[in-house]
Design a protein around this ligand. Structure first.
Ligand code: NAD
Length: 491
């Protein structure tokens, strides 16, 4: 840690908040360094906004709501089209910002920006997506209509691991539906979203429709308790997701809180080995394992075990560890020195608890950054390393007797974000689809990421709420339904 402190240069600038259509300083707020996780260089300082800044932002959003609500959906869709064009123009720049600030390989960062823009594309369909339903003659001479109305001010609170994409899961859908929005991004890598707000500023939305408050947990808690915030969209770790869910509900808000994960991939003896190995490795190690859809537990079924273990170790060792912006890099650094220490602690613990270190990624990558190379530990089902979220490039390998045993292991998890199976058997696939207790499943796919026109359907402790992020769930989440029953005098 001391070493990291020494390397740090002088901070370049302090980020500002974007409130009511203007960039404003967070007066009096303490600031944190934002560092490049590959080098330790200070990129900027981020203010830790408090209740006063949050109040200003919520107030601006509240003021903007009536006018934005009355803006025809087609005009709101045009704003989304305009945003899409600006994001497309800036996509390489945004990917580089994500890669430098978060550390992920430029290939992963480019994919992240693409997936984020797709959310904006889906939100352009709001004139169709937001339509209600009606029926004539629900009773004699009486008609009934269901309309959807925007609700008011929504807050988005997002994690470090997808600093551009996750805010895009929420912001475009919320504003396309006619709400106004306050975003509190991760304080660890806020640069790509700062740039995104510059683009939002350029498209000429009315002041206060979108607002950005930089900060940490104090700004979050001020949002959760603010009486003028109507709903909260959150993504982050399970304990914080639980806190967000409870506190928002206590304050009478609508809430969707996406939490942490511990995803399993099952490899059957009949799987195509090469495709399974590539799928497992890219899922476990790309983005340095810091993805909520990463399969961090691999269950080898029966005879799949020997060849799979050998190939995972051989190909995992060959993965290129380096700085994110280098096009050769497959595995970048983890987000912070604190994360690196925590993950190294998990590797030690896994071995102490009887695990076998098949591939040791410690010591790979430059000493200047928070690097850990692909690491594979064989362990027992039920051991702590096989149960807890590590959120780093550490894959736990387990053996199962048969598919039933693999499902038993998978379903014992308290988390249920995603799971995958590699098989050439339709019967095995069907049983997996039927019995696996996770919300997003991959069949011969390592990362089961729903496109933005489908919902992002975590289960168990990976999700608290009823309506998921993006897809049609987003329209339900960001609107209130109203039913009108009408009778007119006969003419
Ligand atoms: P985190 O929970 O530490 O932080 C998420 C957000 O909550 C940040 O904006 C942070 O400022 C805020 N926050 C942190 N601690 C808080 C507290 N005590 N009170 C109030 N607010 C607080 O998560 P992270 O480390 O940024 O992100 C990684 C986690 O996010 C992992 O657990 C990962 O699985 C999860 N994640 C889940 C999904 C999903 O779709 N389920 C997607 C991406 C990431």
């Amino acid at each position: 840690m001391a070493q990291v402190e020494e390397k740090r240069g002088v901070a370049t600038r302090t980020l500002r908040n974007y409130i009511g259509g203007r960039w404003v300083e967070a007066q009096g707020a303490e600031a944190l360094d934002v560092t490049n996780p590959a080098t330790g260089d200070v990129l900027a300082q981020v203010p830790l906004s408090g209740a006063a800044q949050v109040d200003e932002a919520v107030h601006a959003a509240r003021e903007a709501f009536p006018g934005w609500r009355a803006t025809p959906p087609l005009e709101r869709a045009r704003a989304c089209f305009e945003l899409k064009y600006r994001l497309e123009e800036a996509r390489d720049e945004l990917a580089l910002l994500v890669s430098r600030d978060n550390g992920k390989a430029i290939k992963d960062a480019t994919g992240e920006v693409r997936r984020g823009i797709e959310c904006v594309e889906v939100a352009t369909g709001i004139p169709s997506l937001m339509q209600g339903a009606n029926l004539e003659d629900v009773s004699r001479g009486i008609d009934s209509d269901m309309i959807r109305q925007p609700i008011g001010v929504f807050a988005g609170i997002t994690p470090f691991n997808f600093p551009f994409m996750v805010p895009m899961w929420f912001l475009p859908f919320a504003i396309a539906c006619g709400n106004t929005f306050v975003l509190k991004p991760s304080e660890q890598d806020p640069l790509a979203i700062e740039r995104t707000f510059e683009l939002l500023d350029d498209i000429g939305l009315p002041a206060g429709v979108v607002n950005l408050v930089q900060g940490g947990k104090d700004s979050v808690n001020a949002l959760l308790e603010h009486p003028e915030v109507d709903g909260v969209s959150f993504v982050g770790s399970t304990p914080v997701a639980h806190h967000i869910y409870e506190t928002s509900a206590k304050h009478g808000k609508r809430v969707q809180a996406l939490g942490g994960a511990k995803n399993h991939v099952v490899v059957m003896p009949d799987a195509e080995l090469d495709s399974a190995v590539d799928g497992v490795l890219s899922s476990a190690f790309h983005a340095a394992g810091q993805r909520c859809l990463a399969n961090s537990v691999c269950i080898a079924v029966g005879d799949a075990y020997g060849p799979l273990r050998d190939a995972l170790v051989e190909k995992g060792a060959a993965m290129v560890v380096g700085e994110g912006p280098d096009p050769e890099t497959e595995v970048g650094p983890v987000i912070s020195a604190a994360s690196q220490e925590r993950i190294l602690g998990w590797i030690e613990k896994g071995v102490e608890d009887g695990g076998e270190l098949l591939l040791d990624g410690r010591g790979r990558g430059s000493e200047d950054g928070n690097f850990i190379g692909p690491t594979i530990i064989e362990a027992e089902p039920g051991s702590e390393i096989a149960r807890e979220e590590i959120f780093g490039p550490v894959l736990t390998l387990l053996k199962a007797r048969d598919l039933g045993h693999a499902l038993e292991i998978l379903n014992a998890s308290t988390k249920g974000n995603a799971a995958s199976i590699f098989t050439t058997s339709g019967g095995a696939m069907r049983r997996f689809r039927y019995e696996a207790q996770a919300g997003m499943l991959g069949v011969n796919i390592g990362v089961a990421a729903p496109m933005s026109f489908f919902p992002f359907t975590g289960w168990k402790d990976s999700f608290f709420g009823d309506l998921h992020a993006h897809g049609r769930d987003a329209i339900d989440f960001y609107t209130e339904k109203k039913v009108v029953i009408t009778r007119w005098p006969k003419t």
